[in-house]
Design a protein around this ligand. Structure first.
Ligand code: MG
Length: 284
C-alpha cells in the first residue's frame, strides 16, 4: 500500500514568465505539491512572498523546491545551452551567483528548504581551471544555502551520471544533492536514465516526471519532449527504480509547453492519472 506522504504528486509552476504552469492550475488539478520557478528580481519582495505563502495556505499546497533561472539563458540547441545556461558561462558567473544567493533568500522567505538549479554544461576534465572554478562557485552557493538551512539540488541531464557524481564528490558539500530528470538524460543524450539511478541514486532528493525521445544524433541534437508515458523513459520502470533506491519524495510533473497552456494542463492531468495508477500497482 502506498503510505500517506510517500510520492505526493507535484507540478512545476511559475509566477511570471517561465516554463511552468500557474499555481491555480495545480489547485484545479488537485496536485498537492509544487516546485516553483523563481520569479524575476522585482517579484522577489517580502510582500510578494507573503502573498504567495497565503495563496499556498488557502489552496493547501506545499512548496518543495524553488528553482533559479537567469536572463540570457537559452535552450535553443545543445551548443547554445553550453554557451548560456547556469553558472558555467564565465562572463555571467559572478552576477548569477549573486542572483542565486538572492533566490535562496527569497526561498527562505517562502519557508522552502530546497533550491534547485541547472548548473550548465560542466567541462569534463576534472583538472582544468574552468572545472575548478565551477566547483568553487558551487561551494559558495552551497555555503550560502546552508545559512538559510537549505539544500541545493542540481538538475540532471547536461552531463552523464558518472560526471555528475564526480562533480558532487569534488564539491565536498553535505547539502549538495540531485533533482533527477529522466527525460533530460535522453534529450541531451547523456545516458539511460534508469541505469543512471544506479550511479547517482544516493544523491537524488527530488525528481521530475517528464518523458522524451532520443535524438538520432544523441548529444549533438536535441531529442524531443513528449507527454509522460509516450517517450523512451519507461515510466513504470522509472518509478520501480525510484522505489528500489529508497526515494519517497514528491513526483513533480514537468511539461514544458507554456506556449500551449490548454494542452499543457490536459497533459499534466494525464500524467498525474498515469502516476496514480502506476503507483497503486507498484505499492500494491
Ligand atoms: Mg526538469
Amino acid at each position: 500500500m502506498l503510505e500517506k506522504d510517500v510520492w505526493p504528486i507535484g507540478v512545476f509552476t511559475s509566477i511570471d514568465a517561465g516554463l511552468g504552469v500557474r499555481l491555480e492550475v495545480a489547485s484545479e488539478l488537485k496536485i498537492p505539491t509544487i516546485q516553483l520557478h523563481a520569479p524575476m528580481r522585482e517579484g522577489r519582495s517580502p510582500a510578494l512572498a507573503e502573498k504567495f505563502i497565503q495563496s499556498l495556505d488557502e489552496l493547501g499546497i506545499k512548496l518543495t523546491c524553488v528553482f533559479g533561472g537567469f536572463e540570457g539563458e537559452s535552450y535553443e540547441d545543445i551548443p547554445t545551452v553550453e554557451r548560456t545556461v547556469g553558472l558555467v558561462p564565465a562572463e555571467t558567473r559572478a552576477s548569477r551567483l549573486q542572483e542565486m544567493r538572492e533566490i535562496s533568500d527569497f526561498a527562505r522567505l517562502l519557508g522552502c528548504n530546497v533550491i534547485g538549479l541547472h548548473l550548465g554544461v560542466v567541462p569534463h576534465d576534472r583538472h582544468c581551471k574552468d572545472y575548478q572554478e565551477i566547483v568553487n562557485v558551487t561551494r559558495q552557493l552551497c555555503d550560502h544555502a546552508a545559512t538559510n538551512e537549505q539544500a541545493l539540488h542540481l538538475e540532471t541531464g547536461q552531463e552523464t551520471a558518472e560526471a555528475l557524481r564526480n562533480f558532487i564528490v569534488d564539491t565536498q558539500r553535505s547539502n549538495l544533492f540531485i533533482n533527477f530528470d529522466p527525460a533530460n538524460m535522453i534529450l541531451y543524450g547523456m545516458g539511460n536514465p534508469i541505469e543512471a539511478l544506479d550511479v547517482i541514486g544516493e544523491y537524488v532528493r527530488s525528481v521530475h516526471c517528464k518523458d522524451g525521445l532520443w535524438s538520432d544524433q544523441p548529444g549533438v541534437t536535441w531529442g524531443r519532449e513528449v507527454p509522460l508515458g509516450e517517450g523512451d523513459v519507461g515510466i513504470e520502470a522509472y518509478l520501480n527504480k525510484l522505489k528500489e533506491i529508497g526515494y519517497r519524495g514528491p513526483l513533480t510533473i514537468e511539461r514544458e509547453i507554456p506556449q500551449d497552456p490548454v494542452r499543457q494542463k490536459a497533459e499534466i492531468q494525464h500524467a498525474a492519472d498515469l502516476i496514480h495508477s502506476l503507483s497503486a500497482k507498484i505499492w500494491r
